[in-house]
Design a protein around this ligand. Sequence first.
Ligand SMILES: NC(=O)c1ccc[n+]([C@@H]2O[C@H](COP(=O)([O-])OP(=O)(O)OC[C@H]3O[C@@H](n4cnc5c(N)ncnc54)[C@H](O)[C@@H]3O)[C@@H](O)[C@H]2O)c1
Length: 419
Amino acid sequence: MENVCKIGVIGTGFVTKMMHIPGIAKTKKCVIQGFYDIKKDLAEEAKSLYLSLLEKNKNPVLDIALKTTKIYGTLEEMMADVDVVDICTPPKYHMDNIKFAVEHGKHVICEKPLAINWWTLKAYQDVLKKMKDQKLKFMLHTQGIWHPLIKEGRDLIASGTIGDIIKIRILHQGADIKKHTVNLAPLWDKFHGGGGALVDIGPHAFAGMWYWLGGNCETEAVEAKLLKAVVPVRTIAGVPNTKVMVDDDAHVTITWKDPAGRIITGDMEASWNKKDWFEGKPAGTDIFYEARGTKGTISFPHIVFSMAKPFGIAVAIKIVDNEGKVKLVKFPIPKKRIEDVVFFDEVADVVAGKVESRNDARFAEDMLQVFGAAYLSRKKGGKVTTLREFKDYATGIANKFPTAGEQIKGIIADLFDGF
Ligand SMILES: NC(=O)c1ccc[n+]([C@@H]2O[C@H](COP(=O)([O-])OP(=O)(O)OC[C@H]3O[C@@H](n4cnc5c(N)ncnc54)[C@H](O)[C@@H]3O)[C@@H](O)[C@H]2O)c1
């Protein structure tokens, strides 16, 4: 219990209560030193939830938490106590909080996406550099890639099961999550999040693609196949007939280059309401991963009945070789939200220098460039758009405005022109 990693949580809304607190309350490697939220009552609720879950889980960390976990009145006080700052505020505030953490020499966990758009990072280049120079760790929280079965899929690919990847496609959707998506009005405001489903749920699909591709491929260009409000009018936060002003469904093709210079096509779908593939075919699940290589195809998840071990209902990774021979790699149905525990176990290991961060700041910045290029591609009628083209375009728009705030808004307004 001596060497637990001390975490300070900033922002105690939906994601903190749904994922971060339950995950940290299960690991024995971390303790939450305290919470900070601009709404103090929400921080109090978070603390009660944390202590009650530690107790429910019979987690010995409870002994420490009962003595240490507090509500902070200022971020300054938090910095004196923690190893890692866990940023769970809306994306608009991520970079300011990262700046504060880095200035105090703290490691950072940040909820996805890193910022509302790529241009935002311009004003924080010195912060990102300092983080790198001081070897402070950074982890973008996109929990899917911490799911043990997503890792199994990646390991199978890395071991050469399907040869060299030619094409990959990944779907992530959160259809009308009643407690969240349709209830949180700001999510549907492009100036709040930088866009719609693409920037909100797309980080999970993008992270999954990056991870299955080995975490060492470069993004080259993006094509928006479908990026629109498929349901143009809906009830949002209890208000009927609200006009949707952001994408609720995003089908985007990313051109990747692997370290050997081979081109890989990556189709991703991020959706708040539908789960259809590019062909319009229903995917049947909320997430779906499929990679086609020179020797065959791998896909996940498949729910199967198993006579062998594990007996009964199992979840499978399916491998089909080039002759059509099918192999199912079966696993017991995993525990719900296991990825949150794996994530926070790994946070402690990353901070201790035992493992590298799976998705560092470069990855997080890359993601924002890809999303920006996708929105520009949409504006150009679906034209394939390189990241360079996007960055030049965004710079041109930004140059029309005097302040960073106006530049960020100006770029968003421009990319969503005619939406
Ligand atoms: N990983 C996931 O699956 C997942 C799911 C939902 C949200 N998220 C991400 O989590 C982040 C938060 O989203 P949410 O849905 O929890 O939002 P939320 O609105 O429910 O919670 C945000 C909290 O931050 C607080 N806050 C706002 N500004 C602050 C500031 N400057 N300092 C301190 N506290 C501040 C608010 O009072 C609120 O309690 C976003 O980046 C979002 O994209 C991730």
